[in-house]
Design a protein around this ligand. Structure first.
Ligand code: ADP
Ligand code: NI
Length: 219
């Protein structure tokens, strides 16, 4: 095991303990999937795999929906985990940049992610929000917050502000039109764009089937 492997293993353990019982959509298994996918994309895109792995493991350390001061909390928690390792300042700076800029936040603000490593983590995070897993996570989230599956009279809206996105939680099907179906066009890397196409199609097929069943279309 190299020194870097040991750091990854320790950070992984620490995050795993912290997120094991989370049911808000950011549970440990989400983080594990993002970590594994980001690592594969990093190898394909020839990016710095160590930075990508750290960024992926730490990317949900604070959630803008549940903390008052997202930036302060993110920095504080990232530093507290990384300080026990002998890492150079540039590595820590790069990981903080990823943690601070990863969130999609409704896609209203343009992504401020500058590094290829950060873009890869963001892509892997978005890929986990679409496809079969994306559908499952979205209904799990809706269940936790008591949303209806669907209401035909409540149409999706294109949010103009983060506040509107956070406040206007309607039924879960709207979340597909307000966020999930937009994600494939927001991928940064070629590798992610390719994976996104298939996962996007799967959601389109799911919605077609959902509305057929809703409307009693037999076929
Ligand atoms: P990010 O961390 O990129 O800002 P979120 O934390 O908003 O993304 O969302 C994480 C996951 O939680 C989404 O992929 C989705 O499955 C679920 N989710 C978030 N907001 C909603 C919502 N309003 N309705 C249904 N699911 C949601
Ligand atoms: Ni995430």
């Amino acid at each position: 095991m190299t020194d870097k492997d040991r750091v990854i293993d320790d950070v992984k353990q620490s995050i795993k303990t912290q997120f094991e019982n989370d049911s808000s959509g950011h549970d440990w298994f989400h983080i594990e999937r993002v970590w594994k996918l980001a690592k594969q994309i990093a190898l394909k895109e020839k990016a710095n795999v160590f930075i990508v792995e750290l960024g992926a493991l730490l990317h949900d350390i604070a959630d803008h929906k549940f903390v008052d001061d997202f930036e302060t909390e993110s920095i504080k928690r990232t530093e507290s985990i990384l300080k026990s390792f002998d890492l150079d300042n540039d590595t820590i700076k790069q990981v903080k940049h990823i943690v601070l800029n990863c969130s999609f936040k409704g896609g209203i603000e343009e992504s401020k992610m500058k590094s290829i490593e950060g873009k890869i983590v963001q892509d892997a995070d978005k890929l986990d929000a679409i496809g079969a897993i994306g559908i499952a996570r979205t209904f799990a989230f809706g269940g936790k917050f008591g949303s209806l599956l669907y209401h035909p009279n409540i149409k999706p809206i294109q949010h103009k502000s983060l506040e509107s996105y956070q406040k206007n939680r309607t039924h879960t099907i709207n979340h597909f039109y307000e966020k999930l179906l937009l994600l494939k066009d927001l991928m940064h890397t070629q590798s992610a764009k390719q994976i996104a196409l298939q996962r996007h199609q799967f959601m389109e097929d799911f919605l077609t089937q959902f509305f057929n069943e809703w409307n009693g279309v037999l076929e």
